[in-house]
Design a protein around this ligand. Sequence first.
Ligand code: CP
Ligand code: NVA
Length: 307
Amino acid sequence: MAAHPLRHFLRLDDLTRDELEHVFARTLIIKDRFKRYELYQPMRDRTLAMVFEKASTRTRVSFEAGMYQMGGSVIHITTGDSQLGRAEPVEDSARVISRMVDIVMIRTYEQTKIERFAQFSRVPVINGLTNEYHPCQILADIYTYIEHRGPIAGRTVAWIGDANNVAYTWLQAAQLLGFRVNVSTPPGYGLDPRLAPAGPHLVVFDAPLDAARGADLVTTDVWTSMGFEAEDEQRRQAFTHWCVDDRIMAAAKTEALFMHCLPAHRGEEVTNEVIEGPQSVVWDEAENRLHAQKALMEFLLLGRDVT
Ligand code: CP
Ligand code: NVA
Protein backbone atom coordinates (compact mmCIF):
# COMPACT_ATOMS: atom_id res chain seq x y z
CA MET A 1 0.00 0.00 0.00
CA ALA A 2 2.70 2.49 0.94
CA ALA A 3 4.39 3.76 -2.22
CA HIS A 4 7.54 4.82 -0.36
CA PRO A 5 9.96 3.01 1.96
CA LEU A 6 8.13 2.38 5.21
CA ARG A 7 8.91 5.06 7.79
CA HIS A 8 7.48 5.50 11.26
CA PHE A 9 7.46 8.53 13.57
CA LEU A 10 7.64 6.97 17.01
CA ARG A 11 10.31 9.35 18.34
CA LEU A 12 11.35 12.77 17.09
CA ASP A 13 14.74 11.37 16.08
CA ASP A 14 13.12 8.85 13.73
CA LEU A 15 13.55 11.74 11.29
CA THR A 16 16.99 13.17 10.53
CA ARG A 17 17.75 16.85 10.99
CA ASP A 18 17.50 17.33 7.24
CA GLU A 19 14.12 15.57 7.11
CA LEU A 20 12.80 17.65 10.01
CA GLU A 21 13.88 20.79 8.19
CA HIS A 22 12.01 19.54 5.12
CA VAL A 23 8.88 19.00 7.26
CA PHE A 24 9.18 22.53 8.71
CA ALA A 25 9.55 23.99 5.20
CA ARG A 26 6.47 22.05 4.03
CA THR A 27 4.53 23.15 7.13
CA LEU A 28 5.03 26.76 6.06
CA ILE A 29 3.73 26.03 2.54
CA ILE A 30 0.78 23.89 3.71
CA LYS A 31 -0.23 26.47 6.34
CA ASP A 32 -0.04 29.30 3.80
CA ARG A 33 -2.22 27.41 1.30
CA PHE A 34 -4.74 26.59 4.02
CA LYS A 35 -4.95 30.26 5.07
CA ARG A 36 -5.64 31.23 1.45
CA TYR A 37 -8.37 28.54 1.12
CA GLU A 38 -6.31 26.89 -1.60
CA LEU A 39 -7.31 23.26 -1.99
CA TYR A 40 -4.44 20.81 -1.40
CA GLN A 41 -5.63 17.22 -1.44
CA PRO A 42 -2.77 14.78 -1.98
CA MET A 43 -4.45 12.25 0.39
CA ARG A 44 -7.46 11.42 -1.76
CA ASP A 45 -8.29 7.72 -1.26
CA ARG A 46 -5.98 7.55 1.77
CA THR A 47 -7.26 6.58 5.20
CA LEU A 48 -5.84 7.42 8.61
CA ALA A 49 -6.71 5.22 11.60
CA MET A 50 -6.36 6.98 14.95
CA VAL A 51 -6.12 4.79 18.04
CA PHE A 52 -6.69 6.56 21.35
CA GLU A 53 -6.02 4.80 24.64
CA LYS A 54 -5.90 8.18 26.45
CA ALA A 55 -8.03 11.32 26.17
CA SER A 56 -7.30 14.05 23.62
CA THR A 57 -8.63 17.28 22.17
CA ARG A 58 -5.79 18.80 20.09
CA THR A 59 -4.30 15.59 18.77
CA ARG A 60 -7.65 14.21 17.68
CA VAL A 61 -8.94 17.41 16.09
CA SER A 62 -5.68 18.27 14.34
CA PHE A 63 -5.15 14.81 12.83
CA GLU A 64 -8.79 14.36 11.90
CA ALA A 65 -9.26 17.83 10.41
CA GLY A 66 -5.85 17.62 8.74
CA MET A 67 -6.55 14.33 6.97
CA TYR A 68 -9.98 15.49 5.77
CA GLN A 69 -8.55 18.80 4.54
CA MET A 70 -5.96 16.85 2.52
CA GLY A 71 -8.74 14.85 0.86
CA GLY A 72 -8.46 11.65 2.92
CA SER A 73 -10.66 10.00 5.50
CA VAL A 74 -10.27 9.04 9.14
CA ILE A 75 -11.29 6.19 11.45
CA HIS A 76 -11.33 6.90 15.19
CA ILE A 77 -10.75 3.92 17.49
CA THR A 78 -10.61 3.87 21.28
CA THR A 79 -9.71 1.14 23.74
CA GLY A 80 -13.26 1.03 25.06
CA ASP A 81 -14.98 0.58 21.71
CA SER A 82 -12.55 -1.86 20.08
CA GLN A 83 -11.02 -5.26 20.77
CA LEU A 84 -7.91 -3.45 22.04
CA GLY A 85 -9.76 -3.08 25.33
CA ARG A 86 -10.51 -6.81 25.35
CA ALA A 87 -6.87 -7.89 25.23
CA GLU A 88 -6.44 -8.60 21.51
CA PRO A 89 -2.64 -8.67 21.11
CA VAL A 90 -1.24 -5.41 19.78
CA GLU A 91 0.68 -7.38 17.11
CA ASP A 92 -2.60 -8.82 15.79
CA SER A 93 -4.30 -5.42 15.84
CA ALA A 94 -1.36 -3.96 13.91
CA ARG A 95 -1.50 -6.64 11.22
CA VAL A 96 -5.23 -6.21 10.75
CA ILE A 97 -5.55 -2.42 10.92
CA SER A 98 -2.53 -1.82 8.68
CA ARG A 99 -4.00 -4.01 5.92
CA MET A 100 -7.03 -1.71 5.76
CA VAL A 101 -5.67 1.81 6.09
CA ASP A 102 -2.70 3.83 4.80
CA ILE A 103 -1.36 5.40 8.00
CA VAL A 104 -1.95 4.95 11.73
CA MET A 105 -1.66 7.36 14.65
CA ILE A 106 -1.59 5.92 18.17
CA ARG A 107 -1.86 7.54 21.61
CA THR A 108 -1.08 5.03 24.31
CA TYR A 109 0.86 4.26 27.49
CA GLU A 110 4.24 2.54 27.12
CA GLN A 111 6.49 3.37 24.18
CA THR A 112 7.12 -0.38 23.82
CA LYS A 113 3.48 -0.83 22.86
CA ILE A 114 3.70 1.53 19.90
CA GLU A 115 7.03 -0.05 18.93
CA ARG A 116 5.40 -3.50 18.90
CA PHE A 117 2.55 -2.13 16.79
CA ALA A 118 4.99 -0.55 14.33
CA GLN A 119 6.99 -3.74 14.04
CA PHE A 120 3.92 -5.54 12.71
CA SER A 121 2.47 -2.66 10.69
CA ARG A 122 2.54 -2.48 6.89
CA VAL A 123 1.99 1.28 6.98
CA PRO A 124 3.58 4.28 8.75
CA VAL A 125 2.81 4.62 12.46
CA ILE A 126 2.83 8.01 14.20
CA ASN A 127 3.24 8.47 17.94
CA GLY A 128 0.39 10.70 19.13
CA LEU A 129 1.80 10.59 22.71
CA THR A 130 3.15 7.84 24.92
CA ASN A 131 4.32 7.93 28.53
CA GLU A 132 7.84 8.55 27.21
CA TYR A 133 7.48 10.88 24.19
CA HIS A 134 5.21 13.33 22.36
CA PRO A 135 7.02 13.97 19.07
CA CYS A 136 4.09 15.58 17.21
CA GLN A 137 3.91 18.21 19.93
CA ILE A 138 7.55 19.17 19.62
CA LEU A 139 7.31 19.23 15.84
CA ALA A 140 4.63 21.92 16.20
CA ASP A 141 6.48 23.70 19.03
CA ILE A 142 9.70 24.05 17.09
CA TYR A 143 7.83 25.17 14.01
CA THR A 144 6.12 27.79 16.19
CA TYR A 145 9.48 28.97 17.53
CA ILE A 146 10.86 29.28 13.99
CA GLU A 147 7.74 31.14 12.88
CA HIS A 148 8.12 33.73 15.65
CA ARG A 149 11.88 33.97 16.13
CA GLY A 150 13.75 32.12 13.35
CA PRO A 151 16.08 29.10 13.66
CA ILE A 152 16.20 27.36 17.03
CA ALA A 153 19.80 26.12 16.70
CA GLY A 154 22.00 27.75 19.34
CA ARG A 155 19.03 28.88 21.45
CA THR A 156 18.17 27.97 25.05
CA VAL A 157 14.87 26.46 26.12
CA ALA A 158 13.93 26.41 29.82
CA TRP A 159 11.84 23.43 30.93
CA ILE A 160 10.19 24.11 34.30
CA GLY A 161 8.30 21.21 35.89
CA ASP A 162 7.77 17.51 35.43
CA ALA A 163 10.28 15.24 33.70
CA ASN A 164 7.64 13.90 31.35
CA ASN A 165 7.00 12.83 27.75
CA VAL A 166 7.07 16.43 26.46
CA ALA A 167 10.32 17.19 28.32
CA TYR A 168 12.06 14.08 26.98
CA THR A 169 11.04 14.98 23.45
CA TRP A 170 12.42 18.51 23.86
CA LEU A 171 15.71 16.91 24.90
CA GLN A 172 15.72 14.67 21.83
CA ALA A 173 15.08 17.71 19.65
CA ALA A 174 17.90 19.65 21.31
CA GLN A 175 20.38 16.89 20.58
CA LEU A 176 19.24 16.61 16.99
CA LEU A 177 18.84 20.30 16.12
CA GLY A 178 21.66 21.83 18.16
CA PHE A 179 20.05 23.83 20.95
CA ARG A 180 20.13 23.61 24.73
CA VAL A 181 17.49 22.73 27.32
CA ASN A 182 17.81 24.00 30.90
CA VAL A 183 15.75 21.66 33.06
CA SER A 184 14.45 22.26 36.57
CA THR A 185 12.30 19.60 38.24
CA PRO A 186 11.29 19.21 41.91
CA PRO A 187 13.34 16.89 44.12
CA GLY A 188 12.26 13.30 43.57
CA TYR A 189 10.89 14.05 40.09
CA GLY A 190 14.15 14.33 38.16
CA LEU A 191 14.97 13.12 34.66
CA ASP A 192 15.33 9.41 33.98
CA PRO A 193 18.88 9.09 32.58
CA ARG A 194 17.72 6.31 30.21
CA LEU A 195 15.46 8.83 28.48
CA ALA A 196 17.72 11.86 28.95
CA PRO A 197 21.33 11.05 28.08
CA ALA A 198 23.82 13.65 29.32
CA GLY A 199 25.42 16.02 26.85
CA PRO A 200 25.97 19.70 26.11
CA HIS A 201 22.31 20.00 25.09
CA LEU A 202 21.13 19.40 28.68
CA VAL A 203 21.82 21.50 31.77
CA VAL A 204 20.06 20.66 35.04
CA PHE A 205 19.20 23.35 37.64
CA ASP A 206 17.73 22.97 41.12
CA ALA A 207 15.87 26.30 41.10
CA PRO A 208 13.37 27.08 38.33
CA LEU A 209 14.49 30.72 38.31
CA ASP A 210 18.05 29.67 37.49
CA ALA A 211 16.86 27.45 34.64
CA ALA A 212 14.92 30.37 33.14
CA ARG A 213 17.82 32.84 33.31
CA GLY A 214 18.67 34.07 29.80
CA ALA A 215 16.35 31.56 28.08
CA ASP A 216 14.89 32.21 24.62
CA LEU A 217 11.84 30.08 25.35
CA VAL A 218 10.22 29.07 28.63
CA THR A 219 7.95 26.05 28.62
CA THR A 220 6.16 23.75 31.02
CA ASP A 221 3.41 21.16 31.25
CA VAL A 222 0.92 19.78 33.77
CA TRP A 223 2.23 18.50 37.10
CA THR A 224 0.42 15.19 36.59
CA SER A 225 0.38 13.56 33.18
CA MET A 226 -2.24 11.10 31.97
CA GLY A 227 -1.69 7.71 33.53
CA PHE A 228 -0.16 9.16 36.71
CA GLU A 229 -3.39 10.38 38.32
CA ALA A 230 -2.83 8.25 41.45
CA GLU A 231 0.15 10.50 42.30
CA ASP A 232 -1.83 13.73 41.91
CA GLU A 233 -2.04 14.80 45.54
CA GLN A 234 1.60 14.04 46.25
CA ARG A 235 2.64 15.91 43.12
CA ARG A 236 0.63 19.01 44.07
CA GLN A 237 2.76 19.29 47.21
CA ALA A 238 6.08 18.68 45.46
CA PHE A 239 5.51 20.97 42.46
CA THR A 240 4.20 24.13 44.24
CA HIS A 241 7.29 26.19 43.36
CA TRP A 242 7.47 24.91 39.76
CA CYS A 243 4.99 27.43 38.43
CA VAL A 244 5.88 29.69 35.51
CA ASP A 245 5.00 33.16 36.76
CA ASP A 246 6.05 36.74 35.95
CA ARG A 247 9.21 36.36 38.04
CA ILE A 248 10.33 33.39 35.99
CA MET A 249 9.50 35.10 32.71
CA ALA A 250 11.42 38.18 33.86
CA ALA A 251 14.54 36.02 34.36
CA ALA A 252 14.39 34.90 30.72
CA LYS A 253 15.36 37.16 27.80
CA THR A 254 12.97 40.04 27.19
CA GLU A 255 12.06 38.55 23.79
CA ALA A 256 11.53 35.06 25.27
CA LEU A 257 8.42 33.16 24.27
CA PHE A 258 6.19 31.07 26.54
CA MET A 259 4.82 27.73 25.33
CA HIS A 260 2.62 25.03 26.86
CA CYS A 261 1.41 21.94 24.99
CA LEU A 262 -2.01 22.31 26.68
CA PRO A 263 -4.30 21.50 28.38
CA ALA A 264 -3.07 23.95 31.03
CA HIS A 265 -3.94 24.20 34.70
CA ARG A 266 -3.82 27.91 35.50
CA GLY A 267 -2.53 28.55 39.01
CA GLU A 268 -0.56 25.29 39.00
CA GLU A 269 2.26 24.97 36.44
CA VAL A 270 1.56 28.44 34.95
CA THR A 271 -0.17 31.61 36.11
CA ASN A 272 -3.09 33.09 34.24
CA GLU A 273 -0.99 36.25 33.65
CA VAL A 274 1.76 34.34 31.84
CA ILE A 275 -0.42 32.10 29.68
CA GLU A 276 -2.60 35.06 28.69
CA GLY A 277 0.35 37.45 28.53
CA PRO A 278 2.21 38.98 25.55
CA GLN A 279 5.01 36.39 25.53
CA SER A 280 2.63 33.44 25.31
CA VAL A 281 2.22 31.80 21.90
CA VAL A 282 0.17 28.83 23.11
CA TRP A 283 -2.69 29.32 20.62
CA ASP A 284 -0.34 29.47 17.63
CA GLU A 285 1.41 26.44 19.09
CA ALA A 286 -1.86 24.51 19.28
CA GLU A 287 -2.91 25.58 15.77
CA ASN A 288 0.44 24.53 14.35
CA ARG A 289 -0.28 20.93 15.38
CA LEU A 290 -2.64 20.91 12.39
CA HIS A 291 -0.18 22.27 9.85
CA ALA A 292 2.91 20.38 11.09
CA GLN A 293 1.10 17.03 11.19
CA LYS A 294 -0.23 17.54 7.68
CA ALA A 295 3.39 18.03 6.58
CA LEU A 296 4.42 14.98 8.59
CA MET A 297 1.75 12.72 7.04
CA GLU A 298 2.66 14.05 3.62
CA PHE A 299 6.32 13.17 4.22
CA LEU A 300 5.58 9.68 5.57
CA LEU A 301 3.17 8.79 2.74
CA LEU A 302 4.53 10.71 -0.23
CA GLY A 303 8.15 11.42 0.63
CA ARG A 304 9.62 14.58 -0.86
CA ASP A 305 7.94 14.17 -4.24
CA VAL A 306 5.37 16.90 -3.54
CA THR A 307 4.38 20.22 -4.98
N1 CP B 1 -1.17 18.81 23.54
C1 CP B 1 -1.96 17.74 23.29
O1 CP B 1 -1.50 16.71 22.78
O2 CP B 1 -3.26 17.93 23.59
P1 CP B 1 -4.41 16.82 23.62
O3 CP B 1 -4.15 15.93 24.80
O4 CP B 1 -5.67 17.61 23.74
O5 CP B 1 -4.36 16.02 22.34
N1 NVA C 1 2.34 15.41 29.61
C1 NVA C 1 0.92 15.44 29.30
C2 NVA C 1 0.73 15.96 27.92
C3 NVA C 1 -0.70 16.05 27.47
C4 NVA C 1 -0.83 16.54 26.07
C5 NVA C 1 0.33 14.05 29.44
O1 NVA C 1 0.98 13.08 29.05
O2 NVA C 1 -0.77 13.94 29.99
